[in-house]
Design a protein around this ligand. Structure first.
Ligand SMILES: Cc1ncc(COP(=O)(O)O)c(C=O)c1O
Length: 394
């Protein structure tokens, strides 16, 4: 994803402000910081951009997921429903919370299907962790209604979908909490960073304390602050936040370029017999960081991804065989390889705890290729890429 493609003077100026004052911490040192509050500025602008009451920054998208789970009260023994196509961080953070990840299937949105989530809910289910994969949305309105009806908390992980929306409402604002990542390969980057958004004042209070050892951030004497509960150090630094301030102000231009580049390639591939596209519940809301398409069979998709690489079409991912994003290669997780015992072990879920039937997801992901969309492609580069893709995929 493209944030790193467009570093410029804007990022340099914001970072220089921080270096000039020498205050690298987001809290305190009011007198020394020359009026620069980069984390607070980014939080304000992010909340405005996403249409959310509160935004709180943290040190990574992984920290955002951990904080969201904590702020929604997920704890020991709770079950959290999650997709088999996601990033391992979601599974790791559920386990770190002392909870049990429960897989449900995806559909052709490449995200959790409401039908499968509904079937996976038990009396132990506390939350659904809905990941909007590869820049676009799940059937998020249906999932939000389902969670409401069944008394389950909806948490959205929109780490890969900043700027995407469903019928004009930003992804991340449908659940109780939405999570974002600003790591080096996300739509906008801080180097490392993340954010959690919510409309709930109580949840916000927990989030901002949880990411800073439980500090309530009342008053100006850090040593005298109260601790309403325990927490962690998931703080973002002012240096990271400064980069994010400049990047967020470029988001609309990035989205415009991404959408134009994606439309060019997608239009060019439309009509090829062997190619069909990911289902988008709202085409206009796609952030267009990826073009995801299906081949008729697993063999054709695996071979297609290889042939595209050989033809010089870079950035085409066959996630089905990938170690990070798809459950088939997560043996370390499924075998609960951790320094200490984890919840599924302790609670007697058995060693096959993660071996449920995910054949619907496998049938979809086995046929899926996702191509990264770059900002830097000009018209000749786009035309050359499309021709190569057509020759491989036709
Ligand atoms: C869906 C998803 N969630 C969470 C994360 C974690 O973000 P970070 O790398 O900032 O910890 C990622 C990172 O790739 C991701 O793709």
């Amino acid at each position: 994803m493209p944030g790193f493609e467009i570093f410029g003077d804007e990022e340099r100026r914001e970072v220089q402000d921080v270096l000039d004052s020498g205050v690298l911490m987001r809290y305190g040192f009011d007198g020394a910081r020359n009026g620069h509050w980069k984390a607070a500025t980014l939080e304000k602008e992010l909340a405005e951009r996403l249409g959310s009451k509160y935004a709180h920054l943290c040190s990574s998208g992984t920290a955002a997921v951990a904080t969201a789970l904590a702020a929604c009260g997920v704890g020991a023994g709770d079950e959290v429903i999650v997709a088999p196509f996601t990033f391992v961080a979601d599974l790791e953070m559920i386990l770190m919370a002392g909870a049990v990840p429960v897989f449900a299937d995806i559909d052709e949105t490449l995200c959790l299907s409401p039908e499968s989530v509904s079937a996976a809910i038990t009396d132990k289910t506390k939350a659904v962790l809905l990941v909007h994969m590869c820049g676009a949305m799940a059937r998020v309105d249906e999932l939000a209604a389902l969670c409401d009806a069944r008394g389950v908390v909806l948490i959205e992980d929109a780490a890969q979908a900043l700027g995407a929306h469903f019928r004009g409402k930003a992804l991340g604002t449908f659940g109780k909490v939405g999570c974002f990542s600003f790591d080096y390969v996300k739509t906008i980057t801080c180097g490392e960073g993340g954010a959690i958004i919510t409309d709930d004042a109580g949840v916000y209070e927990i989030m901002q304390a949880y990411t800073d050892h439980g500090h309530d951030h009342v008053g100006s004497d850090r040593g005298a602050e109260n601790h309403p509960h325990i927490g962690t150090n998931f703080r973002i630094s002012e240096l990271n936040a400064a980069v994010g301030v400049a990047q967020l102000r470029k988001l609309d231009r990035m989205l415009e370029l991404q959408r134009a580049n994606k439309a060019y390639i997608k239009d060019g591939l439309t009509g090829l017999n062997r190619v069909s596209f990911r289902h988008l519940p709202d085409k206009d809301g796609d952030s267009a960081t990826f073009l995801s398409f299906f081949m008729p069979t697993e063999e054709e998709a695996r071979q297609g991804a290889k042939d595209l690489a050989v033809a010089g079409v870079d950035g085409c991912f066959y996630w089905y065989d990938n170690n990070w994003h798809y459950h088939r290669r997560w043996q370390h997780l499924k075998q609960l390889k951790a320094p200490g015992a984890l919840a599924p072990d302790k609670l007697g879920y058995g060693e096959n705890w993660a071996d449920g039937d995910l054949s619907e997801s496998d049938a979809i992901m086995g046929r899926t290729i996702c191509m990264l969309i770059k900002l830097s492609w000009d018209e000749p580069a786009l035309a050359a890429r499309l021709e190569k893709m057509k020759s491989v995929l036709a």
